[in-house]
Design a protein around this ligand. Structure first.
Ligand code: FAD
Ligand code: SF4
Length: 485
């Protein structure tokens, strides 16, 4: 097969929240752009309902990517055009003010998170991606029950703000929206960049950024080589960006370090009235608990995953299975304090991450709160999913025992999909792998524009912040190129 050879001003590796936004901004500014993506470009009609098929087509390592620890934790990421946005729920939150102040004061990123500039960019993205609260008509019972529980417990909840156009409420966001309603990058900024002249190469796994005399001049992988006239922008995500930079010869004491996350726990409950998680926005209702360090969200499960989550065996399990339409699932994302590290071992990422004791106590608090919320909403029984504790709980009082139980890492089935750090931005060269313009220190013409530049976790869903930060950095890159021309 002939080798693919191409050339552009900017070569962007990865088409997720960061890469697609960089492409959208640079192409709109008249630059020539090539996007290189390891995964496939799946059309909405090619999105399978079956979970295993969806995982095979669009999820990194079929959900088997996990931390290398005594109790592994799955680390979920998309591997398709659109990156993780192609399998996410489209939940949108602006960068919280306290995080913005922390990045300005502690990391010297004031220019990157300037209030006025970010306000303009967030508004533009919200307009273009049609961000709005989930409509009551497509809320569905899984979300509506959480709203009822929040009201009963006096917790401040709200309909989730999502980036959707014509959502049908068929609860399949995590398999990829079959209606093309969710405005993930594969149906929004990638096609928009292409309409502005950008080119997209799929099925191309970049193995190396080519650095010549300290300057990035292109990328290469099996069967392709692409030259960059101005810059290479790496946006391969929190796990793969540091690995790719390391493989390309970039060295910095913090490369791969400062890995942070919002690991989550989930709870299933049975209700007397039908719930039918298969109808409604996959995630349509949330209860922010920022001061407590977590956020609760309704999260519809595909039927095959729900079946695997039901307790019991044999006839008892089959009886529960017959009730498949009466279960709800909600989860909590925790702003954990732990810092981990990603290293390149035998060419692959090796992910070290261990929640702290305080993090595990928070996981327990989330499990207890979710359980109480379910009973407040009318659940007749709940399945906490905490190892060593009751498989089935039938009264809220029993949750007191869970609240007082000593925590152990082995008790919680944590899953992380909000990832941060690993090539952190900072003004101090000793701290930041990239500087406040997102340029890689020690290399010319090499930038990182994805979640790995965010120096801390946020406590809210990250895609909007990633896009806002990248948008600004890409705009400045285009301005500098214009000034130099
Ligand atoms: C299941 C799930 C649900 C989520 N829900 C939400 C949500 O509702 N709201 C929210 O704000 N956030 C959500 N997130 C998180 C959000 O999607 C991510 O934070 C965001 O997409 C990260 O953007 P990124 O550009 O850093 O990386 P990604 O979006 O992961 O994109 C990285 C891209 O790089 C490609 N790539 C990697 N290595 C290479 C290589 N060597 N060569 C070529 N290409 C490569 C990958 O295939 C991928 O397409 C969710 C994430 C997951 C996994
Ligand atoms: S709920 Fe269904 S229609 Fe709506 S955005 Fe998600 S997958 Fe698309």
């Amino acid at each position: 097969m002939a080798k693919l050879v191409d050339e552009a001003d900017y070569v962007i590796v990865g088409t997720g929240a960061g890469g697609a936004t960089a492409a959208r901004v640079l192409a709109a500014n008249g630059a020539s752009v090539v996007m290189v993506e390891e995964g496939a470009h799946l059309r909405p009609e090619e999105r399978p309902a079956a979970l295993l098929d969806a995982m095979r087509l669009a999820v990194r390592d079929m959900c088997m990517q996990a931390t290398e620890s005594r109790v592994p934790m799955p680390i979920l990421q998309g591997r398709a055009v659109g990156g993780s946005t192609a399998i996410n729920s489209g939940i949108v939150w602006r960068l919280p003010d306290d995080v913005r102040a922390d990045w300005r004061d502690r990391f010297g990123l004031g220019a990157l998170v300037d209030d006025d500039a970010l306000e303009r960019v967030f508004s533009a993205i919200e307009d273009e991606l049609e961000i709005h609260p989930t409509e009551p008509a497509i809320l569905g019972r899984n979300n509506a029950l959480m709203a009822e529980g929040a009201k009963a417990m006096g917790l401040p909840g709200r309909a989730i703000h999502r980036n959707t156009r014509g959502c049908e409420g068929n609860a399949r966001c995590l398999q990829g929206c079959p209606a093309g309603a969710r405005q993930s990058m594969d149906v929004s900024y990638v096609p928009r960049a292409i309409a502005d002249g950008a080119r997209l190469h799929t099925g191309c796994r970049v193995e190396r950024v080519i650095l010549k005399r300290g300057r990035a001049v292109g990328v290469e992988g099996p069967g392709f080589s692409i030259r960059a006239r101005r810059a290479v922008i790496v946006a391969a995500g929190v796990v793969h960006t540091p690995v790719l930079l390391h493989a390309s010869g970039v060295r910095h004491a913090n490369l791969g370090r400062r890995f942070q996350a919002h690991p989550g726990v989930a709870m299933v409950g049975r209700f007397e009235q039908p719930v039918h998680m298969g109808f409604g926005a996959a995630q349509g209702y949330e209860i922010p608990q920022r001061a407590r360090g977590f956020k609760l969200e309704a999260l519809a499960l595909p039927p095959e995953m729900l079946a695997a989550r039901l307790p019991g065996a044999g006839a008892a399990w089959q009886r529960r299975l017959a009730d498949l339409g009466s279960y709800a699932q909600w989860c909590g994302q925790i702003r954990m304090k732990a810092h981990g590290r990603i290293r390149r071992v035998f060419g692959r990422p090796w992910i070290a991450y261990e929640p702290t004791r305080e993090d595990l106590e928070k996981a327990r608090e989330v499990a207890v709160t979710l359980g109480r919320l379910m009973f407040a909403a009318g659940a007749v029984e709940i399945f906490p999913g905490v190892a060593g504790f009751d498989e089935v709980v039938t009264s809220p009082e029993r949750l007191d025992a869970l609240a007082e139980r000593p925590v152990s890492r082995a008790d919680f089935h944590l899953v992380a999909s909000h990832l941060f750090g690993t090539t952190s931005a900072a003004a101090d060269p000793a701290v930041g792998v990239v500087d406040p313009s997102l340029a890689v220190r020690g290399a010319e013409g090499l930038y990182v524009m994805d979640a790995s530049v965010l120096p801390t976790n946020l406590g809210v869903n990250p895609q909007h912040t990633i896009m806002g930060v990248v948008w600004q950095a890409a705009e400045r890159l285009a301005e500098r190129a214009r000034a130099a021309a």
